[in-house]
Design a protein around this ligand. Structure first.
Ligand code: FNR
Length: 381
């Protein structure tokens, strides 16, 4: 039996169990993948100050994100095609998050629909929206999210155009996979995945089906994206969406202090410092590198969250120490899902919480809400 103690263990198991094109889809960054790598590497450069002889009884990892109680300040990031890592992937991940007590964010580009996820969960989840040219369609998605009791809208602004990921092109990525000889040979080595998929009817893009004419492979998905996603998106659109939604709005994809200020002016309740996990602008700064200047610019008036490269509880603490109120994980939960379904997402969250709790203790703290720059070694960040 495989013993799982780290996120890396989950990644290795997922690689064995998930068809290559979907594993690569999750694992890829754009172009040279330099920003993807920098997200993790820059986190590792940040060192802690170890403290001793401090009372470490009764520790707490609990916090709040946009006013919602969370078991730890970590949320599941919106990820497209999650239902291709494992059958019913979005439902399983949402259920694991709900039981654990952290937010789940459903992507516009999910396989399971907003209604599918709502029908299989009891607590509100968050819905991520892309800005599309067809404003009626946006309006309908907002109404569907409202009807499903979503408690926040995460508006992603960094995908006016789609980043190019070489692996997806080489693999001829499509959902579901086309039955070429190469794919069939690969699928034959993934019996668990195939059996799971046979047992579920949900293999379509649940939120856009009906609206999309054809998104059966990557070329049609990228041409659909370039037809539908609005390259002329402006801050006025963000205000329009905020008005239509009326609830909590989290703006995702901010890497620049000036954009952070504009996000605040357009009515955001929180923003996410994110380079889309290194999948969009290759050559952009790492998210952790961008975080401090954005916190300095707007951190007093708004919650600043971040994502990109978080692979452990230590990384969560590093981001909190530099001013993030919370972080999101993308690939780590996808690896858990691909490796072991719902139990794998729970395992991922348990690993991170355990590491987070111990790291905070080694730094001499009992409450995660007390984490600040004082726990970091000067000169290492
Ligand atoms: C993403 N991301 C993403 N973001 C978003 O707003 N909408 C989406 O549909 C997607 N889709 C998506 C698919 C996959 C496979 C990945 C890996 C990522 C970006 C995601 O929300 C988040 O910003 C990154 O995943 C964070 O980086 P890590 O944690 O994966 O390193």
């Amino acid at each position: 039996m495989t013993i799982i103690t780290t996120i890396e263990d989950l990644r290795i198991l997922a690689k064995k169990r998930v068809p290559r094109m979907f594993y690569d889809y999750a694992d890829a960054g754009s172009w040279t993948e330099s920003t993807y790598r920098a997200n993790s590497e820059d986190l590792q450069k940040i060192k802690f100050r170890q403290r001793v002889a401090v009372n470490l009884e009764n520790r707490s990892t609990r916090s709040t994100l946009i006013g919602e109680e969370v078991a730890m300040p970590v949320a599941l990031a919106p990820t497209g095609l999650t239902g291709m890592q494992h059958a019913d992937g979005e439902i399983l991940a949402a259920r694991a998050a709900e039981k654990f007590g952290v937010p789940f964010t459903l992507s516009t580009m999910s396989i399971c629909s907003i209604e599918d996820v709502a029908a299989h969960t009891t607590k509100p989840f968050w819905f991520q929206l892309y800005v599309m040219r067809d404003r009626d369609f946006i309006h309908r998605l907002i109404e569907r999210a409202r009807a499903a009791r979503c408690s926040a809208l995460v508006l992603t602004l960094d995908l006016q155009v789609l980043g190019q990921r070489h692996k997806d092109i080489r693999n001829g990525m499509s959902a579901p996979p086309k039955l070429t000889i190469r794919n069939m040979l690969n699928l034959a080595t993934k019996p668990r995945w195939c059996l799971g998929m046979l047992g579920t009817p949900r293999r379509q893009f649940g939120n856009i089906v009906g609206h999309a004419t054809s998104v059966s492979d990557l070329s049609s998905l990228s041409s659909w994206t370039s037809q539908q996603f609005d390259p002329a998106l402006s801050w006025a659109d963000v205000e329009w969406i905020k008005q239509r939604w009326g609830g909590k709005l989290i703006i995702k994809g901010i890497m620049d202090p000036e954009d952070a200020r504009l996000a605040v002016e357009s009515g955001a309740d929180a923003l996410i410092v994110s380079n889309h996990g290194g999948r969009q602008l290759d050559g952009a700064q790492s998210s952790i590198g961008a975080l401090p200047a954005i916190v300095d610019a707007v951190g007093k008036g708004i919650e600043v969250h971040m994502d990109g490269g978080i692979r452990s509880g230590q990384d969560v603490i590093r981001a909190l120490a530099l001013g993030a109120k919370g972080v999101y994980i993308g690939r780590p939960f996808l690896y858990g899902l691909g490796a072991m379904g719902e139990a794998g997402v729970t395992k991922c969250l348990e690993i991170i919480r355990n590491e987070l709790d111990l790291t905070m203790a080694f730094c001499g703290l009992r409450d995660v809400r007390d984490v600040d720059r004082n726990i970091l070694l000067p000169g290492s960040f």
